[in-house]
Write a protein that binds this ligand. Structure first.
Ligand code: OGA
Ligand code: MN
Length: 292
């Protein structure tokens, strides 16, 4: 029997007794979608999947993104991205610094992301504890906890999101191998705007759709006020009562809702402590067909 156990923290739940390597009954995809809306982060335990099976499960939820850089992909399966710090013959086999700051995936894109599906294949450990945890924060709870005058003031406003903000912040990290984006890359990813309060397409609830990784301005406000309010929101949205920290176990499939949550990858492991995760990125095209 399919079971779900809420984490008891600000979001997140564990789903047991489901084998994602096989096609599921249609109603199970619907249940998973509803649970994603409700809990924000789902962990399916003890999954043994090929990269192809990970792709086949993920694509039930929408169109899969193919990373433009065309690197760090599973051979023959460009929809499956590899996150890893491992080297083979001295060369990285995956993206080594993914997600290392609070963000939501693809908020910088006209078509935003719905869900990420990550399969934990090698999880670093030290002293019996997993390293490389992934943290989440609940943006429905963050919206609800905003002071009423701020909800009223910001209602209907939009936020500008810029891919380059995250990129430049990563470049400042010690040891970063990222080069500045070229003019052509910047032109290919111009900043885009989205509502500051997004109506969540699964739950119908308003969520705060802004994140420190990509959000650069509230369009309708003068620069100074925009900066002050964004700083307030970035602090507000990370309060401990909104949070969940996922401590990985090998075999976990972690699936999260990018519309109603933000996340952060904790880089607390050494180059010698191997981490290997395979990942699909599902776009929100089923909910926002007009943005396609
Ligand atoms: C991502 C991401 C976090 C992690 O896949 O979008 O941010 O812990 N990953 O690997
Ligand atoms: Mn991410």
């Amino acid at each position: 029997m399919l079971t779900i156990t809420p984490s008891g923290e600000g979001l997140g739940a564990r789903v047991e007794n489901l084998d994602l390597s096989q096609p599921l009954a249609q109603e199970h995809y619907k249940t998973i979608e509803a649970w994603l809306g409700k809990y924000g982060v789902l962990c399916f335990t003890k999954q043994v999947l090929t990269a192809l099976q990970l792709k086949q499960f993920s694509e039930k939820f929408g169109t899969l993104e193919i990373n433009v850089a065309n690197v760090h992909q599973e051979p023959g399966l460009p929809e499956v991205m590899i996150l890893s710090n491992k080297l083979v013959d001295g060369k990285p086999i995956g993206l080594g610094d993914a997600g290392q700051d609070w963000h939501t995936d693809m908020s910088y894109s006209k078509m935003i992301a719905f869900t990420n599906v990550l399969h934990g294949i090698e999880i670093p450990q030290r002293d019996g504890k997993p390293l490389g945890n992934t943290e989440f924060s609940n943006m429905r709870a963050a919206y609800l906890a905003l002071p009423d005058p701020m909800k009223t003031r910001l209602q209907g406003m939009t936020v500008l999101h810029d891919f380059n903000k995250f990129w430049e912040n990563m470049r400042k990290q010690p040891g970063s191998k990222r080069a500045p984006l070229t003019e052509a890359q910047r032109l290919a990813k111009p900043p885009v705007s989205h509502p500051i309060f997004l109506t969540h397409p699964i739950t119908g609830d308003p969520v705060l759709y802004a994140n420190p990784g990509y959000s650069i301005k509230i369009n309708e406000l003068p620069q100074e006020e925009s900066s002050l309010i964004l700083s307030f929101l970035f602090e507000h949205q990370l309060q401990p009562q909104f949070r969940y920290r996922h401590r990985w176990t090998q075999g976990d499939v972690l699936m999260w809702d990018n519309m109603g949550t933000i996340h952060n990858a904790i880089a607390d492991y050494l180059p010698t402590e191997a981490r290997l995760i395979k990942r699909c990125q599902v776009m929100a095209d089923r909910y926002f067909p007009e943005a396609a």
